[in-house]
Structure formats: C-alpha cells, structure tokens
Design a protein around this ligand. Structure first.
Ligand code: NDP
Length: 485
C-alpha cells in the first residue's frame, strides 16, 4: 500500500526527515490485515543525541519570540491539518487500524483543536503583579526548556499534539517518541509544523522502543517528560525523571466505573456504555469498563445493550460504513483474548461476543460479561480492549465504595435523571475526568488527567499551561535596603 501522506524516513530532526538504518528495524503492521505497510528504524544513540541537540539549540530563540508569533504558527498548523484531514485520517487508520469513520472525526481534528486552542492562548501567557505596600513583586511565566513527549499507540496523532501544543505555546521545544506500534502519524505532524513556520528543532520525532524513551528521559538536557502509557511504564519513567528532578506529566491507565442508576434513561446509558467500552475497539484509557447497573434494571439494560451491539459493523476499517475495527496488534489481541478466557473461567456470564474473528487481522467481537464481581480479574485489571464488565448494585453508598476500591482514578460516569444524586455521587468518586449522563467526551477546553495511580498533572485547557511553564518571581524594592549591620 502506498499513499501520498506516508512519511519518507524514520525520524524528523531539525526541520527535516532523517534516516539511520543502523537502528533496529521496526515493522509497521496494518492491524486489519497483518500486512507490513512500512518499516522504520529505532533511533540510535547518535539520532537521539542529534534530536536533543536540535531541540536544545532551537529553544532560546523560540522562547524569545512573542507568544502571538508562536501562536500564529500553531494556528497555521491546525489549519493545514484540517485541510488534510482525509489523508491524515487514512494514515491514522493505517497506523492503528481504527475505522476511518472514527479517525475522520476524532484524531487529526482533535490534534487541530489542540494546536488552535493553545495557539490562541500563547499570546496571553502572563504572570501577575503583587503589590506589597510601596514595594512590589511580579511573576514571569517562563518556558521549562526541552520537553520530551512519549506516546501510547491508541491515539498517535492526538497524543503528539496534546503534548506539543501547550509545550510549544509556552516556548519549550520538544522531542517526541511515538509508540513503536504506531510510529507514522507524529512524523506528519512534525512535517506540518515546519510547513506552518516552526523553526528547525522546535518539534522533533525520534522512533524507538522503551530503551529510546529511557535514554530521552534521563538526558540532562531535558527539563520535562510527558508520558501517555500504562501505569507500570509510568512508574518507571516517573522515578527516572525524579532522580534528575525533572517535571512530569503522567497520563496513565484506568479501570473506570460507569454507574447506571434505576432512574436512568436506559438508551442513553447503553449509548454511554457503548462509547465507553467499544469506541476504538475499547483501546481508550478513560473507558468506563466497570459498568455498575442497578439490579432493578439490569436485565433490561443487558437486553438493550445486546440488541444495539448487533448494529456494530465490523470489518475493513477503510470502508466508512465500518464502525468497529481490529486490535492495534497481535500482542494486544492475545492479551485481550487472555482476559476473555479469565472472565469465563472465573464464572462471569458471557452475554455477547468473546471470539476472535478469523479475517487475517486482529479482530475481536465486542464482548459483554454480566454477573461480574469485584474480585474477578476482568473487574480489576485494565484490559484495553472491547470487553465490558457489568456488575450489579442496589445501594448508592455501596456502589460509591466499590467504584473507588481501585488504585486507578482516571474517569468515572453516572447515569441518572436525579441531578442532586448525580452531583452528590460524582463528588465522592475518586477520578480526574467525570461524566454526568455522558461518557468519554474530551474537549480541549476542559482539563484531562487522572488521580491516584492514573496520573500526575493535566493535559488540555489552561491547566496544561501550569505543567509546561514555571514562574519566576521578581521582588522589587522601591526604597533603601535596611541591613542589620
Ligand atoms: P506502554 O506503557 O507500554 O508504553 C507507552 C510509551 O512508553 C511507549 O512509547 C513505550 O515505548 C514507552 N516506554 C516503555 N518503556 C519505557 C521506559 N522505560 N522509558 C521511557 N519510555 C518507555 O503503553 P502502551 O503503548 O501499551 O499504551 C497503552 C497504555 O496507555 C494503557 O495502559 C492506557 O491506559 C494508557 N493510555 C493512557 C492515556 C491517558 O491519557 N491517560 C491515553 C491513552 C493510553 P514502546 O511501546 O515503543 O516500547
């Protein structure tokens, strides 16, 4: 397969594509067929060094530009991304296997939203004036320096831009390492930023596995690391960054609760549960994979859910009628099948799905288990696939306690027509991104991130600015200095 958008080399450094075939080969596999569609090379130490040197050299001049100048470049990049939405969506589909029906509306568009939003904010990133009688102090919001972004494989375009947009708006430069599973999309973002006017070195992309990430995280030239990935990787990266006292943002995994009360609009609750479990074939960190349904409506909920799942169109992701694609990789497919087997073995009731589809690609049916209990593996561990666990409850306090009984704390949702209850329950749930009568919305205007083991810091919204800048405080004395001796 070839397509005009395909990147032309493995890395993007100092405003241009760079190849170094000395690095290990990373095959890029199209998940819908298992076909190798491209090969990139992992960054060698020389490549990583070159990218960091480029980012370091570019940073002072980038930070010295006015915020509006930087913002204009980001906004221009957003505009180019929107103009090329179709091609970029095709590339995202190749990289991840997600259906074009999704990628056309959720990936490049979300990347453009972030560039546009932070491009708009860049001109108004200010400090404050602090009056102290006749003296005063002021704060200056300064860039951190070189930031490293490390991405997961589920949203390669979006993750690159959710990290690059606030970082660049604040005057930082970035070296981004995509997941080895989905290396292509971030390269196009780098190319587009250059076309939009970003000076060489402002946004660089280096391919590689975990070791490349580790090399980036510990380099003394790096001031901040932002990771999207699993909790175990997050712990490793956080501690490596801590030993060098670097800033971090950690966007990690979840096992989020979605609570459906007996007075909920059943169709909306089923819709929320579908979005929160099967969009992107379940490969979404914020998914509400523990669906607590009040016993009084459980069978009605399950019947309606099974009916609606018959409407999923599973197949060729490039066909815009397809609404459900494959797992990103054979490895992820095996992981998910392992969890389905555990669900059955531990006594959960399989309502629908549960099988691999023999198509040559990495497809698994949308799968729903009912009668799941809190101790079962499928209720405790993040699966990152299309497997919904439905658990029963009867009492509000009980369900809140059970919902919070996890180390994760990324998201939580409540479906009820009782607004007091909705706010009361959400107020007690330990999660960073919550939903009332909705699920999985992530507009750039609202902060996103987790509590507990699900993360540190926030992406998106004005909150992200706090994590990509630091304050310098300047005290100004107007009179004489009175020293004791
Ligand atoms: P991983 O944690 O396996 O990897 C994440 C990234 O970190 C990859 O680029 C990986 O490289 C890199 N990496 C691995 N080890 C190290 C290391 N020691 N030092 C530096 N970098 C390293 O996650 P997945 O890619 O499997 O993505 C799935 C996970 O991401 C899920 O747990 C999911 O919940 C989470 N996620 C969280 C989101 C959020 O915003 N909260 C959003 C999306 C996903 P490589 O893979 O090339 O080895």
């Amino acid at each position: 397969m070839t397509y005009p958008t395909q990147p032309t080399a493995s890395h993007y450094i100092n405003g241009q594509y760079v190849e170094d075939t000395a690095g290990a080969e990373i095959p890029v596999i199209y998940p819908a067929t298992g076909e190798v569609i491209a090969t990139v090379h992992a960054g060698t130490e020389t490549v990583v060094d070159k990218a960091l040197a480029a980012a370091k050299a570019a940073q002072p001049a980038w930070a010295a530009m006015t915020g509006r100048e930087r913002g204009r470049i980001l906004t221009r990049a957003a505009q180019i991304i929107r103009e090329r939405n179709y091609d970029l969506s095709v590339l995202e589909t190749w990289d991840t296997g997600k259906p074009l029906q999704e990628t056309l509306v959720a990936d490049a568009t979300s990347a453009a939203d972030a560039l546009e939003y932070f491009g708009g904010l860049a001109g108004s990133l200010t400090g404050e004036h602090i009056p102290l009688g006749e003296n005063w102090a002021y704060t200056v919001r300064e860039a951190l320096g070189v930031c490293v972004g490390i991405g997961a494989w589920n949203y390669p375009t979006q993750i690159a831009c959710w990290k690059a947009s606030p970082a660049l708006a604040c005057g930082n430069t970035m070296v981004f390492k995509p997941s080895e599973t989905t290396p292509l999309c971030a390269l196009k973002i780098a190319e587009i930023l250059t076309e939009a006017g970003a000076p060489p070195g402002v946004f660089n992309v280096v391919q590689g596995m975990g070791e490349t990430g580790a090399q980036l995280v510990t380099d003394p030239r790096v001031a901040k690391v932002s990771l999207t990935g699993s909790v175990p990787t997050g712990k490793r990266v956080y501690s490596a960054a801590a030993s060098h006292m670097k800033h971090v943002t950690m966007e990690l995994g979840g096992k989020s609760p979605l609570i459906v009360f007996e007075d909920a609009d059943i169709d909306n609750a089923v819709g929320g549960a579908i979005l929160g479990n099967f969009y992107s074939s379940g490969q979404v960190c914020s998914n509400g994979t523990r669906v607590f349904v009040h016993s009084a409506i459980k069978e009605q909920f399950l019947t309606r859910l099974a009916e609606r799942l018959k409407g999923a169109v599973i197949g060729d992701p490039m066909d815009e009628a397809t609404s459900f694609g494959p797992m990103v990789s054979e490895r992820q497919l095996e992981i998910v099948l392992g969890y389905i087997a555990k669900g059955k073995a531990e006594g959960a009731r399989l309502i629908t799905g549960g099988n691999r589809l023999e198509t040559g690609g990495f497809f698994i049916e949308p799968t729903v288990f009912a009668d799941v209990t809190d101790e079962m593996t499928i209720a405790r561990e993040e699966i990152f696939g299309p497997v919904m666990a439905v658990l029963d409850f009867t009492d509000e306090d009980e369900v809140i306690e059970r919902a919070n009984a996890t180390d994760f704390g990324l998201s939580a949702g409540v479906f009820t027509r009782d607004l007091s209850r909705a706010h009361r329950v959400i107020g007690k749930l330990q999660a960073g991104a919550c939903f009332i009568n909705s699920y999985n919305d992530a507009p750039v205007e609202a902060p996103f991130g987790g509590v507990k083991a699900s993360g540190v810091g926030r992406e998106n919204a004005k909150a992200a600015i706090e994590h990509y800048s630091q304050l310098k405080t300047v005290f100004v004395r107007m009179g004489d200095v009175e020293a004791p001796y």
